[in-house]
Ligand binder design. Structure first.
Ligand code: ZN
Length: 409
């Protein structure tokens, strides 16, 4: 049997495996996790958090925050305005909206995750879509570089998940690459837990079953990794936690009741937990600010708070006013869905249920406290062996394997 490869760094992302969720499943990877800690998340959704994890940048820096933003001139799918002429009942169907999402993605050449969700067809041409490129590849961000840019530049062979297949297939593909010792680094995102908790809430017994399945899959994966590499560092992490939804609220009706004209005085995008308002005519600012400023179901996020969380955009790209719902209350109907979920994230990042988590077989340095710091961990993992950046690591003859002191694990 050929000699083992020297080192594998494994970054497994379990979507919505927040700190509170982790506490409820103490048997998950019991005996293997050496260190774990909660991490602060970022206000918003995975569309904001995931680019931050892989770049170390905040949304204000990499320019990806929510999915849609007001940009009627730049919108690349303006032709969808004709869809509004077709009967409404057709377009409320999820299957139809999925097909139309696929069509827009193809026509516009988007390579990233694209979904029109429940954005009304008459409003769709007003909004551009932020994540047009697949972020898990080099050049995936509008601004800044990710770990994938860095690895491509240095010729480091890596695995990254295929977003078009389910978790089981992702494990299978990753296991194959590890068995063939093809990679030095792996980043694998797993979406099953997030989807299950959206549908069932955080208390469903099905979650324990799924965590047991992940436990088995990850243990087998780590065994395979140990068989093929002298040294395996692994990190299991997420970008946010999950709240149970305790109620819903029709926020759009409150705004509409102010009697202002849509797309003349103002435009709003209703995310699941946030409303983002653009003031097209300054006269709309006072009534909307007053209405939302004294609202029993949520609060306006101040610019200072946005700055602090790295989600302030000076040019108002994602809205001139950001309103966040009280934790647990989902906007229904929103442009992201017309029916409430049982679980939702994207509420106040300071809530315990919002916290992300990080677990590892390595000691986690004290300075790693926010999700965007995971990027530093990845960088440290990749530079530990001290190869010069210009020296590609794809050549297996490239130097004798060096083994780090196992006592540091
Ligand atoms: Zn989610």
């Amino acid at each position: 049997m050929p000699a083992k490869k020297k080192k594998l760094s494994l970054f497994l992302f379990i979507d919505a495996f927040g700190w509170e969720v982790k506490q409820r499943h103490p048997d998950f990877l019991k005996g293997l996790i050496q260190d774990s800690k909660p991490l602060d998340t970022i206000l918003g959704y995975s569309s904001a958090c995931d680019p931050s994890i892989i770049s170390g940048l905040t949304p204000s820096e990499h320019k990806l925050w929510s999915s849609f933003y007001y940009d009627p001139d730049g919108c690349p799918y303006k032709w969808t305005r004709y869809l509004r002429l077709l009967p409404n009942f057709i377009f409320r169907r999820g299957r139809v909206r999925n097909q139309i999402s696929k069509l827009i993605k193809k026509v516009c050449g988007f390579t990233g995750y694209f979904q029109i969700y429940a954005v009304p067809f008459q409003h769709l041409p007003l909004f551009n879509y932020a994540e047009q490129k697949r972020i898990w590849e080099p050049d995936g961000l509008p601004c800044g570089k990710t770990i994938f840019d860095r690895m491509a530049q240095e010729g480091i062979p890596y695995f990254v998940h295929d977003s078009d297949v389910g978790d089981a297939a992702r494990f299978e593909q990753l296991t194959g690459d590890i068995q063939r010792r093809r990679v030095d680094f792996a980043y694998c995102s797993l979406g099953g837990l997030d989807a299950l908790m959206h549908a069932e809430g955080t208390d469903s017994p099905k979650i324990e079953k799924l965590m047991q399945w992940y436990d088995g899959k990850i243990r087998a994966l780590l065994d395979t990794a140990e068989e093929n590499y002298n040294e395996v560092s692994w990190y299991i992490f997420t970008d946010h936690g999950m709240h149970n939804v305790t109620g819903s609220y029709d926020l759009a009706s409150d705004i509409e009741a102010l009697g202002l004209e849509w797309n003349k005085d103002y435009v709003a995008f209703y995310d699941a937990t946030m409303a983002r308002i653009w003031f097209l005519d300054e006269r709309s600012r006072t009534p909307i600010s007053q209405s939302l400023g004294n609202h029993p179901k949520g609060r306006i996020i101040s610019n200072d708070e946005l700055r602090e969380s790295g989600t302030y955009f000076e040019d108002g790209q994602y809205g001139d006013l950001i309103f966040l719902m009280n934790s647990g209350i989902q906007i229904i109907p929103s442009f992201m869905g017309i029916k409430p979920c049982k679980g939702m994230h994207g509420f106040n990042p300071a809530d315990p249920d919002s916290l992300a988590s990080l677990s590892s077989n390595q000691r986690i340095p004290a300075h790693i406290t926010k999700i965007q710091h995971i990027h530093q961990l990845m960088m440290e993992e990749l530079t530990l062996e001290g190869d010069a950046p210009s020296e590609p690591r794809t050549n297996p003859k490239n130097g004798a394997p060096t083994k780090r002191n196992p006592s540091t694990q």
